[in-house]
Design a protein around this ligand. Sequence first.
Ligand code: FA5
Length: 344
Amino acid sequence: MQEQLKQLQQEALDKIEQAQELKELNDIRVAYLGKKGPITEVLRGMGKLSAEERPVMGALANEVREAIATAITSKQEHLEQIAVEQKLAKETIDVTLPGRPVRVGNHHPLTAVLEEIEDLFLGMGYQIAEGPEVETDYFNFEALNLPKGHPARDMQDSFYITEELLLRTHTSPVQARTMEKHEGKGPVKIICPGKVYRRDNDDATHSHQFTQIEGLVVDENIRMSDLKGTLEVFAKKMFGEEREIRLRPSFFPFTEPSVEVDVSCFSCGGKGCNICKGTGWIEMLGAGMVHPNVLQMAGFDPEKYSGFAFGIGAERIAMLKYGVDDIRHFYTDDVRFLKQFKRA
Ligand code: FA5
């Protein structure tokens, strides 16, 4: 029996030595140390032994069991170590490989132009004012010298919500609101960027929703030359130092005199091309000296105070600056279009 146990031990140790996988090792454990294994079998036959032989054989059987169990544990650790090393080898990062480029987003061209215009005016000491997009008839029209039934209301066909509420057709109501808040005391120096809405048919140059930036300066001794100088700085900063502006007489009920402001064509330099339709000039915005009635309605004494105002179509500026030929590109979220405006 002693011989048999020694043989079993040698046989098991050889198999453990040769085992290549953890599963194989587990099979050996079950085969030799399990309940139905040969060692258990030997131990069961101990009843037939004499009282002297029994403790000797018992001790030997335990020794054999211990030797096999220890060999299995140590082989298992060895195989596990190899498995970890193989896994690590597979997962090694090749630091010499070129990295994948990170996709960087950029500002929407309209946002970029708005921010540029805001920065420019902030630099000239203006503050940013905001107002509601759902506006009262009073602030959108009446406070701007456009009483009910005034024919010039047709210039800005409107989306009415109720008799007295509408989607603002321009950013000029923010002028009226801001002046009212100042309770008749200057100076006021603001720009008001924001969305406006008109019942215009959408085409290459018109949208039912677009963006305006209103400018307003009210103080003592504000003159037309201040307006001209301000808009000249604006045109040069937006389109290049060599640009010039010209003022054409126009009409807005809330300014007197009123002007349409053109900038010299940045494509042909004023010679005439298809961008400026052969005129050498491109229409940029509407402006004028704040009408005395508007000042008075907002509580400012027109004898003491004067002011200028202007209204810029932001899409128009972005189209001119980036050479965009259709205003609808700004709203359709076509990534191919948007990707062209890289971060500066
Ligand atoms: C006004 O809205 C005046 N409130 C501007 C103003 C302010 C004048 C202060 C005097 C003093 P107008 O309707 O011309 O003016 O619009 C101003 C600009 O908005 C236009 O020059 C044009 O660039 C833009 N615009 C007008 N209608 C549309 C439209 N449907 N889609 C896109 N842009 C438009």
